[in-house]
Write a protein that binds this ligand. Structure first.
Ligand code: SAM
Length: 344
């Protein structure tokens, strides 16, 4: 019992600390520390324009969590820790993930009700802030791997994209993946599809900011809106399992693929059953599935097709085969994602 009590107490400590981690991101504390080097409480309070008394208490937690190092009343955010907490261009930046927490806690009552009725909870019901945080949680991983590792792992994809082809990015959200691909392959044309209007607006603004709006368009539309026989590449970044009817989505994909076209399906790297030595990332996916992914799929009319985020490769492969996409290959794998190459 004591062993178990210790574990759950540790979990509670992590859960309560997370609120201050979110505050550290929102108030610019980690960023100020990353820029400043060793600082006193007073210096950090002055730099951030915050109350020194609060900053003092926040720093004590950061030291207790071993996020920050203290020596002689000065505090340092080590460079390695800044990569995770403050450097938004780093591949291991996690602040987007933490940014999802306030909205998910705020959805508590809605989720309670959904558990009683069996109804779904749409992504939209978690609030506008949630979409931005979710997009920010995936973005660093995509930036690190999509162009350099994932696309080269799909046979013939890079050559086609270099030559210039049509690409659909289904469930594109804020458009980070669409824009990353468009920047890397200027001869190709990209269409992002998403039924969440604020995301489509954000994606359009991103394309303009990144100078690729001439070759990227975004459609306020669902996975079923793809025109027939059009795309050499259709991508699903961390969204297939969120769809109410993933089979219908892949049936549309099969119709929308050009003759030799390919689907790139990126899904969470979480096994179908919890493993004994589960990684921390696996645990995060298992934590998100019952409060986010499964409710989203159920809200899309999911029923028996609602997958959750750890349905596993065999279930996904079976759905693709039913849609007429019988070629299935695990093309690449990282700690967070599995990348599947899927064809007719
Ligand atoms: C987990 S987010 C992934 C967003 C984006 N691909 C990314 O990785 O940042 C799931 C996305 O699927 C979208 N979505 C939900 N239902 C959809 C549908 N029927 N067709 C296409 N996209 C859908 C949501 O609006 C949301 O943007």
């Amino acid at each position: 019992m004591m062993q178990f009590l210790g574990r759950v107490t540790g979990d509670a400590g992590a859960a309560f600390s997370a609120i201050s981690t979110v505050l550290g991101g929102r108030l610019g504390l980690y960023q100020a520390m990353a820029m400043a080097g060793p600082v006193t409480v007073r210096q950090l309070a002055e730099q951030t324009g915050l109350s020194a008394r609060y900053v003092n208490e926040w720093l004590a937690l950061q030291v207790a969590n071993e996020y920050v190092v203290e020596e002689n009343d000065t505090y340092l955010l080590p460079t390695e820790n800044a990569m995770v907490l403050s450097n938004a261009t780093s591949p291991v930046y996690l602040m987007g993930l933490f940014g999802m927490l306030p909205s998910l806690y705020a959805s508590g009552k809605t989720l309670e009700q959904a558990y009683r009725t069996g109804d779904g909870v749409d992504w939209d019901e978690h609030g506008a802030e949630f979409f931005a945080a979710a997009a920010e949680s995936f973005r660093p991983g995509y930036a690190a791997a999509l162009v350099s590792r994932w696309l080269p792992s799909i046979s013939g994809a890079v050559a086609k994209l270099d030559r210039g082809v049509a690409v659909a990015d289904v469930g594109c959200g804020y458009g980070h993946t669409t824009v990353l691909m468009a920047k890397a392959f200027p001869r190709s044309r990209f269409v992002g599809y998403d039924p969440h209007l604020p995301s489509i607006v954000a994606a359009q603004l991103l394309a303009e900011r990144e100078g690729v709006a001439d070759r990227v368009t975004f459609e306020f539309a669902a996975a079923s809106a793809l025109p027939a026989r059009t795309f050499e590449l259709i991508t699903y970044f961390d969204c297939l399992h969120d769809l109410g009817d993933p089979l219908a989505a892949l049936v549309h994909a099969e119709r929308a693929l050009a003759d030799d076209g390919v689907c790139l399906i990126i899904e969470p790297n979480a096994p179908a059953r919890p493993s004994e030595a589960g990684t921390p990332i696996e645990r995060i996916f298992y934590a998100l599935s019952p409060i986010l992914c499964l409710p989203a799929a159920l809200s899309g009319g999911g029923g028996p097709q609602a997958l959750g985020n750890h349905a596993g490769e065999a279930a996904l492969r079976e759905i693709a085969a039913q849609a007429g996409l019988r070629y299935w290959r695990l093309a690449a794998e990282g700690p967070v994602s599995r990348v599947y190459e899927v064809r007719r």
